[in-house]
Design a binder for this molecule. Structure first.
Ligand code: PGA
Ligand code: ZN
Length: 398
């Protein structure tokens, strides 16, 4: 497949921040991809460049790639990585490289006449178990960097285990989201509820445990105990001062914070997973918590930044048993797939995830199916996030 042209556009994400859309022209047509952006980013993430620099990167890549032929996503990505030449993609920009890498994957799928997920499955995950379907991680209440709610924990998620079809599971997530909204409208005597960056409710609650109780009430009132559970993304780097954690109005060391979490797991039988419970360099904090969790998940996000090597290191240190995969943390499709393969080989649970600043691009759902991920993390079932929920229904119908 010969590359005939490359273009780039400035577009805006769901938070109104500037981002890029990349376009590749081949004899099969035009293939596009847009790249999301994060707010609570890990410091080891691939560097995103602003649009002025992204345009220069695109011009350079156009000179290099037009007229060339690539027979796999990995081969195309290698050309991108060689052109960039840095470890953190800071010369051409991880956002630009990922945009072209996804656009190329779509072009390649079209050339092979297969859907995107199947193309990725064949190239990167030939042995994946297709009977495995991911749980939905729907972020219903927002705190931390994603809201002005006063809550230290960034995300309180409803986890929906997969049933017969995703249309029913999405309907269930919507139903719980709406009914939680009704409860909160009554509680706060307000018709209009403030929302966070991912459309979860963002209310001025003081106690970090309270949203867990609210979600629990929704689950028990509907007798959804077998179908649903609760997950947290603490994003603890955001309240780590460098020496201590400012949590729930107290100043805690890692050991004391670990005790708070143990207490949360004791108090809520529905709590099943906790992401970034400690700051991204506090590996000892993670190591302290993991043995207390049994089958429950300790998830690395800022800790591991979709980097196969870092995932291997953290698994070897027994810091985590699960990992978040965000393609734009690493900057190419092949490397995101390598991170997934590494995690799977290490028997870690995998959750493919969106970012707080999203676009209409739903690539992550195809990546989840290709790799047989255990979870997809896609925000609240409302507004712009619905694009991913709907893609989940479509991609898994095939
Ligand atoms: P971000 O956060 O997309 O704002 O970086 C999401 C997360 O921490 O999972
Ligand atoms: Zn996170």
């Amino acid at each position: 497949m010969i590359i005939k042209d490359l273009s780039i556009w400035k577009i805006f994400d769901s938070r109104g921040e500037e981002t890029v859309e990349c376009e590749i022209l081949t004899e099969k047509g035009v293939f596009r991809a847009s790249v999301p952006s994060g707010k609570s980013k890990g410091k080891r993430e691939a560097v995103s460049v602003d649009f002025a620099r992204a345009k220069k990167s695109a011009a350079e890549l156009k000179k290099l790639l037009v007229g060339r032929e690539f027979s796999s996503v990995r081969e195309f990505d290698k050309a991108l990585l060689d052109a960039d030449g840095t470890d953190d993609k800071s010369r051409l920009g991880g956002n630009v490289l990922l945009g072209y890498s996804i656009a190329f994957s779509r072009a390649r799928a079209s050339e092979r006449d297969v859907s995107l997920w199947l193309l990725l499955r064949r190239e990167f995950f030939p042995n994946a178990d297709d009977s495995r379907r991911p749980s939905i991680f729907a972020n219903l209440m927002n705190g931390g960097a994603h809201a002005d709610s006063g809550l230290d924990i960034q995300e309180y998620m409803l986890v929906v285990r997969p049933g017969k079809n995703y249309a029913d599971d999405v309907a269930l997530a919507v139903d719980v989201y709406r009914s939680l909204g009704n409860t909160l409208r009554k509680k706060f005597k307000s018709k209009v509820l403030p929302l966070g960056d991912e459309s979860g409710y963002a209310l001025p609650l003081k106690d970090n445990f309270e949203p867990i109780k609210l979600l629990e009430n929704e689950i028990s009132a509907r007798k959804l105990g077998k179908k649903c559970s609760i997950a947290l993304d603490v994003a603890a780097s955001s309240f780590f001062t460098g020496k201590a954690y400012k949590f729930g109005g107290e100043t805690l060391n890692a050991k004391e914070l670990c005790k708070r979490y143990e207490d949360y797991f004791k108090r809520s039988k529905y709590l099943c997973s906790i992401e970034d419970p400690f700051a991204e360099d506090d590996v000892d904090g993670f190591r302290m918590l993991l043995p207390k969790l049994g089958e429950k998940w300790a998830v690395g996000d800022d800790l591991t930044t979709t980097d196969a090597k870092r995932i291997r290191e953290m698994a070897a240190k027994r810091a985590i048993n699960a990992v978040i995969i965000k393609p734009n943390q690493i900057g190419t499709v092949s490397e995101a797939c390598d991170a997934l393969t590494e995690a799977k080989n290490l028997k870690l649970h995998t959750i493919v995830s969106h970012r707080s600043g999203e676009t209409e691009d739903a690539f992550i759902i195809s990546l989840a199916r290709a790799s047989s991920a255990d979870g997809v993390k896609i925000g609240a079932p409302a507004h712009e996030r619905m694009v991913k929920f709907n893609e989940l229904i479509r991609v898994y119908e095939e």
